[in-house]
Design a protein around this ligand. Structure first.
Ligand SMILES: Cc1cc2nc3c(=O)[nH]c(=O)nc-3n(C[C@H](O)[C@H](O)[C@H](O)COP(=O)(O)OP(=O)(O)OC[C@H]3O[C@@H](n4cnc5c(N)ncnc54)[C@H](O)[C@@H]3O)c2cc1C
Length: 456
């Protein structure tokens, strides 16, 4: 049966070489800091319009500072980079998505799988980060942007209140790089904007630390264990037991010859739990329903990374004279969705910079277009809709774990066949539920949860 998804040919990974700008005091139209999805997208669209763009990346290649893979939303990416799946070597086409609510020994699962998700223009792909990042950076270079690798930007330079360039760390011969506009795309916990006095340090309540492992398994084993057609992939969100009594999330992604498992919660929660991050991942891997998925696999990567999960109310000031903040640096993350928001914010920043270049005006007033474009887009509308999610997770810190436990206990009693009348069994289930949490508190917590989902 045709899946509708045909691999054209694997994208040959061409890592752009390091280029050192030769002319001293050359002024660029724009400097972009960070060759992640946000920065490379901004650089690509500005260069495409003929702007002279310098893209600075601290790593030895784009994606070097990130580990493993993730999933990208096809429609959001396709609208910016039409038919990107023909150019980039995607891993698997996702046709199965599910959530598993775990307690210590069991899981309640709810999912959706459909071949309709395999029809062009598709829904989601899993991708390996270095391939995705290199592909995007290569696109910017092809349009004429200059990419400098191993260039760590320490801070923004100011003349009065207007930005005029950036400085590198460690200092180099040609240390001051000049431009009309700086785009800060340096990712979560942006030290560039913090050091430059533009944003306060990200609160530990708003910063989640994820630990992540890539486990190699044969393609056949993955397809058998996750019940997938060849080339298709699965995503599983894991809730409850993984985060040891706190709110947070874990997930499993499938790739061609590996799967990744990651888990994260806020830094404040780690401190309260008194648990080192790696121990959460280790205990999740031992869970009976997870162990069967990863058994026999070989760990090929292990790493950690942060996600700014403070939501709408934690978004810092995004526009400064001569500076725009994009992607994770701007806390533009909705749940754990970040790539599409990063790329679209990079695109809006590019539109704003192109407009400012034409008018020759890089003041806050002129750059306000960036905020207007964001406000009108799905990015800020969705983040606004979920604005109360972060505070809800802080107010009801036990929500995911306690209610996953209660649901699993109830499901066990319902599934177990006893020699007792149905009425007695119903009473047993009810007693079990209210023995774990008084009904008034259950109703109050559920009402709060519904209000957050509803966007009130
Ligand atoms: C474990 C985990 C899983 C995730 N899974 C998903 C997923 O499945 N789907 C999804 O949509 N999102 C996912 N996300 C979120 C997603 O990774 C981010 O939202 C996205 O990468 C943000 O892109 P960005 O370009 O803003 O930042 P980044 O991807 O972090 O890129 C920033 C770049 O800037 C460079 N840099 C940083 N500082 C400097 C400096 N001073 N000078 C020069 N260069 C610098 C970095 O090296 C990096 O290359 C996940 C995040 C984590 C941690």
């Amino acid at each position: 049966m045709s899946t509708g998804y045909q691999k054209i040919k694997p994208h040959k990974l061409v890592i752009p070489s390091t280029i050192t700008p030769k002319t001293t005091k050359k002024k660029y139209d724009a400097i972009v800091v960070g060759a992640g999805p946000a920065g490379s997208t901004a650089a690509y669209f500005m260069a495409k319009e003929g702007m002279n763009v310098l893209l600075l990346e601290r790593g030895p290649y784009p994606g070097a500072k990130n580990c493993g893979g993730a999933s990208i939303i096809a429609e959001a990416t396709h609208k910016l980079f039409p038919n990107f799946w023909d150019e980039m070597d995607c891993e698997r086409l996702v046709t199965s998505q599910s959530y598993w609510w775990l307690d210590e020994t069991s899981a309640i699962t709810a999912g959706f799988r459909s071949m309709r998700l395999a029809a062009a223009p598709f829904n989601r792909f899993t991708v390996k980060r270095p391939i995705f990042y290199a592909w995007l950076a290569q696109k910017a270079v092809t349009e004429g942007a200059t990419l400098c690798l191993n260039h760590h930007v320490s801070h923004i330079l100011w003349e009065g209140r207007q930005a005029y360039g950036v400085a590198l760390s460690p200092p180099q011969d040609d240390n001051e790089l000049l431009a009309d506009i700086i785009i800060a795309a340096d990712g979560a916990n942006s030290l560039l904007t913090e050091r430059s006095g533009l944003t306060p340090a990200v609160s530990p309540n708003h910063l989640s630390l994820y630990v992540k492992e890539t486990i190699a398994l044969s393609s056949d084993s993955i397809e058998e264990r996750f019940n997938l057609k060849p080339g298709h992939g699965a995503l599983i969100g894991l809730i409850g037991y993984p985060t040891a009594g706190f709110n947070g999330t874990a997930s499993i992604h499938t790739f061609k010859d590996s799967i990744s498992i990651n888990i994260g919660m806020t830094i404040t929660n780690y401190v309260q739990a008194g648990l080192p991050p790696f121990s959460l991942l280790a205990r999740l891997k031992r869970h009976p329903v997870i162990d069967t998925l990863i058994r026999g696999g070989i760990t090929t990567e292990y790493g950690s990374a942060t996600i700014p999960e403070g939501g709408y109310t934690a978004i810092p000031k995004l526009i400064h004279p001569g500076v725009l903040v994009v992607g994770d640096a701007a806390s533009l993350v909705n749940g754990t969705h970040g790539f599409n928001l990063a790329m679209w914010s990079g695109y809006f920043a590019a539109q704003t910079a192109i407009n400012a270049k034409i008018s020759g005006d890089f003041s806050i007033k002129s750059l306000h277009l960036y905020r207007q474009l964001l406000d009108k887009s799905f990015i800020l509308q969705n983040m606004k809709h979920n604005a109360k999610a972060a505070s809800f997770e802080r107010d009801v810190p036990y929500f995911f774990s306690l209610y996953s436990h209660i649901a699993n206990e109830a499901a066990f009693e319902i599934t177990k066949v006893y020699t007792m009348p149905i009425k007695t069994k119903r009473k047993l289930v009810w007693k079990k539920i209210i023995g774990l949490q008084p009904i008034t508190r259950i109703l109050r917590d559920m009402w709060k949860g519904i209000k957050v989902l509803w966007g009130n």
